[in-house]
Ligand binder design. Structure first.
Ligand SMILES: Cc1ncc(COP(=O)(O)O)c(C=O)c1O
Length: 394
């Protein structure tokens, strides 16, 4: 069978290969004294709070399951707009908010609306692998720019300027980032956006982890910069609703009809049940629960990062958000008698029954040296993970 070149261009998601191997091993060790611990999964261990669950059940019971408008339920767009005002002090009119089937659909819509065949989009290495594939699915090319710990593993204006070419369409950033949990310094983001604007490009920023920010210096939305920024967000991470497939994007006014047309054709709308349920995310009780959980994520970070450092798994930049640790495994690989992060992740999996993610998916620059731990797991599991790592790396 002949497959489109576009599909061939997309690399496999190696995280899933590791997850498959981890699942297979998990079955073998399920009844031992060391059942598998999963720190490879990038999703909250929490589920939607009670009011959200009840709202979903009510929607199903009432048969409120017809399509919504392609741009999303007006009431939900209003609630999201209010959330920006309350949480970030930024006025984002509901008419610029488009509700989507997760950040994934938002990223696809943004790329289809903005990227032409042959266009280039600059993004940091390391970064979330699907982001470069959204660009290539739209016919563009993701240009990965190697980043350093000094740059918080993010792009700088100088780097964007140096890499800008005749086919560059813009930048696709993520702040806080997956896999590093680090955000772009606000002053650097301002400079990057100015550089992009000066060249007639577009700044796309994936703010899916912004709700899970632990540092006042970084926890601001890029939407405060101006109305030209395209921001992607989701109910998956802060709102703990990964499988509900609901997200949103904020776009410049002129882009709304273009995205609407694409969304009508490609998706019709995001899940109606999920949209009706998500209205309850913004009730006082739900928001209080989300804030308690954010504090729990922060406590996990505060326990886990120093523990990794003490084991020789250096985390060069303290994550200020999300639930990841991007750790240099050079020393650990040496101890385990293997080379590189791919083999190191598998060696840790076998020796400690601990699933983690090798750097390979996230880029090419320095990813052979790094592994990603997800701290979206209970404190008890994180403590056990550290104890096992201590035993195998001692
Ligand atoms: C940086 C980043 N962007 C987008 C996504 C996709 O999220 P969603 O579940 O909203 O489609 C993820 C999921 O892990 C992510 O880490």
């Amino acid at each position: 069978m002949h497959f489109a070149a576009r599909a061939e261009r997309i690399e496999p998601f190696y995280v899933m290969e590791v997850a498959k191997a981890a699942q297979a091993l998990a079955q073998q060790v399920a009844h031992t004294d060391q059942p598998m611990i999963f720190l490879n999964i990038g999703e909250p261990d929490f589920t939607a709070p009670p009011l959200v669950q009840e709202a979903a059940a009510r929607a199903v019971r009432d048969g409120a399951t017809q399509y919504t408008q392609a741009l999303g339920l007006p009431a939900l767009r209003e609630r999201i707009s209010q959330w920006y005002a309350d949480r970030f002090g930024v006025q984002v009119p509901a008419r610029r908010i488009v509700v989507t089937a997760g950040a994934s659909a938002a990223l696809q819509l943004a790329c289809l609306a903005l990227v032409d065949e042959g266009d280039e989009v600059l993004m940091p290495d390391p970064s979330y692998p699907c982001n470069r594939h959204f660009v290539s699915a739209a016919g563009g090319t993701a240009v990965l720019l190697a980043t350093t710990a000094q740059e918080r593993f993010q792009l700088s204006a100088a780097k964007v300027e140096a890499a800008w070419g005749p086919r560059t369409r813009g930048v696709l950033l993520a702040s806080p980032s997956n896999p590093t949990g680090t955000s772009i310094a606000p002053e650097e983001l301002r400079r990057i956006h100015a550089t992009v604007q000066a060249r007639g490009g577009v700044t796309l920023i994936d703010e899916i982890y912004l709700g899970l920010s632990y540092d006042e210096r970084f926890g601001h939305t890029a939407l405060a910069l101006d109305e030209q920024v395209v921001s992607i967000n989701s109910f998956s991470k802060y709102f703990n609703m990964t499988g509900w497939r609901l997200g949103w994007m904020v776009v410049p006014e002129a882009m709304v009809p273009v995205v609407e047309k694409l969304a009508q054709n490609l998706f019709i709308c995001a899940s109606t049940v999920s949209q009706l349920a998500a209205l309850a995310c913004f009730e006082r009780e739900s928001l209080a629960e989300y804030e308690r959980r954010r504090a729990e994520f922060r406590a996990r970070r505060d326990f886990f990062i120093p523990a990794l450092q003490s084991l020789g798994l250096a985390v060069p930049v303290q994550p200020d958000g999300a639930f990841y640790a991007w750790a240099d495994c050079t020393q650990a690989a040496e101890r385990l008698g293997v080379q590189g992060s791919w083999d190191c992740a598998f060696a840790i999996m076998r020796a400690a029954h601990l699933a983690i993610t090798p750097g390979r998916d996230f880029g090419t620059a320095d990813t052979g040296r790094f592994v990603r731990f997800s701290t979206a797991n209970s404190m008890a599991q994180l403590e056990e993970a550290v104890a096992r790592l201590r035993r195998v790396l001692a």
